[in-house]
Design a protein around this ligand. Structure first.
Ligand code: HEC
Ligand code: HEC
Length: 358
């Protein structure tokens, strides 16, 4: 068995790349089998398992609906203008139009909104990993002065003045009064339903050979092989959950120190969390400052070995020598094959204010 797997991996990694070398033309490649797709690269890519659910916040249908209402409710902000969905909009790949986010009073933040979809799989939340859970994370934006600009106290008073919310919270949690923790638990429960299990890649990984086009299969091979992408974007969520310095900051007067500001560990200097590749085509622009406009721009950035020279740059950041054809194949894979088709991610409509609890 080990031999077969090794043979498949070798075949898949090397034959198509050899065929591509020195040529921009996209030639047909032998089909990849399900087994080889799952074994490509250093660690498995594949279909997402159900997200981990913390024992103290079990999923219930009512809690999920309550969380969804709160997620789309601008009344959680100080002046009734901003909801979670303002910056994590289902129509924009659960992010915003960027480059960084515009919060209350039109204030701009310094970082891009990562997608709320599949955030259930992040071992740590935020670009710098400063939050350990979705429950903890959800409390932050409400009283962040440049996001929703409220205080927890005022937010709780507002929600507690809405009779239908009071009733719903009582049904879901069985206690009163409403607490900040309950608001956060409900929102986190909703976020754990925004998960992708049905992209063309997932169909392919489940055995449907026809789910990926030829060029997308080639893109997957480059992602796992010559591009070295899956060294960091690995596992079913296409992220190692770790922090890397890609050289995005050395040109700045006052660089964002990223993970270092949380750990004070020099190896974390200017390092940021590896984002998922799921639905990546739906949420331009890219990187934590939103300074790369398209997926292709990001790949060109990697192809030249990353950004500015930085003493702490990840050693993986070296020029890749990808041809134009190989870049096109990677773009095709990321922009189309990673886009989810599940209705619970792709078709979620914001709840209009008129339909929120009164
Ligand atoms: C004004 C825009 C804005 C609003 C409003 C906002 N967020 Fe965010 N969100 C961001 C930004 C920007 C980040 C990244 C900040 C950082 O990493 O320092 C973020 C990070 C996150 C993350 C972490 C994702 C990851 O991959 O690390 C989650 C989850 C999230 N927000 C959910 C929410 C929820 C739930 C709400 C409502 C309670 C909310 N956000 C409101 C802009 C916003
Ligand atoms: C050394 C680890 C590492 C490698 C190798 C790597 N990435 Fe990344 N990737 C990251 C990190 C970390 C970020 C976020 C960096 C930032 O915002 O500063 C990122 C961001 C991205 C983004 C932007 C996503 C978004 O939501 O903004 C794309 C697209 C991407 N990578 C694709 C690739 C591709 C394609 C390859 C292979 C050519 C690759 N990555 C190789 C770690 C890596």
């Amino acid at each position: 068995m080990g031999k077969i797997v090794a043979l498949l991996a070798v075949t898949v990694l090397f034959i198509p790349l050899a065929a591509l070398a020195g040529s921009d033309a996209v030639k047909p490649v032998p089909p990849i089998t399900q087994t080889s797709a799952l074994w490509l690269g250093p660690v498995k890519l594949g279909v997402l398992p159900a997200p981990p659910i913390p024992p103290d916040n079990p999923q219930t249908a009512r809690k999920i609906l309550l969380g969804k209402q709160l997620y789309f409710d601008t009344r959680l902000s100080r002046d009734n203008t901003i909801s979670c969905a303002t910056c994590h909009s289902p129509a924009m790949g659960w992010s915003d139009k960027g480059p960084t986010s515009k919060g209350i009073d039109g204030q701009m933040g310094g970082r891009r909104a990562p997608p709320a979809s599949n955030s259930a799989y992040n071992p740590l939340q935020f670009w710098d990993g400063r939050s350990p859970s979705l429950e903890d994370q959800a409390k932050g934006p409400i009283q962040n002065p440049i996001e929703m600009g409220n205080t927890h106290q005022v937010m709780i008073r507002t929600v507690s003045d809405i009779p239908e919310y009071v009733e719903e919270f009582r049904e879901v949690f069985g206690t009163s009064p409403i607490t900040v923790d309950q608001v956060a638990q409900a929102i986190a429960a909703f976020e754990r339903t925004i998960v992708t299990t049905d992209s063309p890649f997932d169909r392919f990984a489940k055995g449907d050979e026809t789910a990926l086009t030829c060029i997308e299969k080639k893109g997957l091979e480059i992602f796992n092989g010559k591009g070295r992408c899956s060294c960091c974007h690995w596992g079913p969520n296409f992220s190692d959950g770790r922090f890397h310095n890609l050289g995005t900051h050395m040109n700045m007067g006052k660089p964002d120190n990223g993970r270092y500001d949380i750990t004070k560990d020099p190896k974390d200097m200017r390092a940021f969390k590896t984002p998922t590749m799921r639905d990546v085509g739906l949420r331009p622009p890219y990187l934590h400052m939103g300074n790369e406009k398209t997926v292709e721009d990001v790949i060109v950035f990697y192809n030249k070995g990353g950004g500015f020279k930085d003493p702490n740059m990840d050693p993986m950041m070296i020029p890749l020598g990808l041809s134009k054809g190989e870049i096109r194949a990677l773009v095709a894979f990321l922009e189309h094959a990673m886009t989810s088709l599940n209705p619970e991610v792709a078709d979620v409509k914001p709840i209009p204010a008129s339909e929120l609890p009164k």
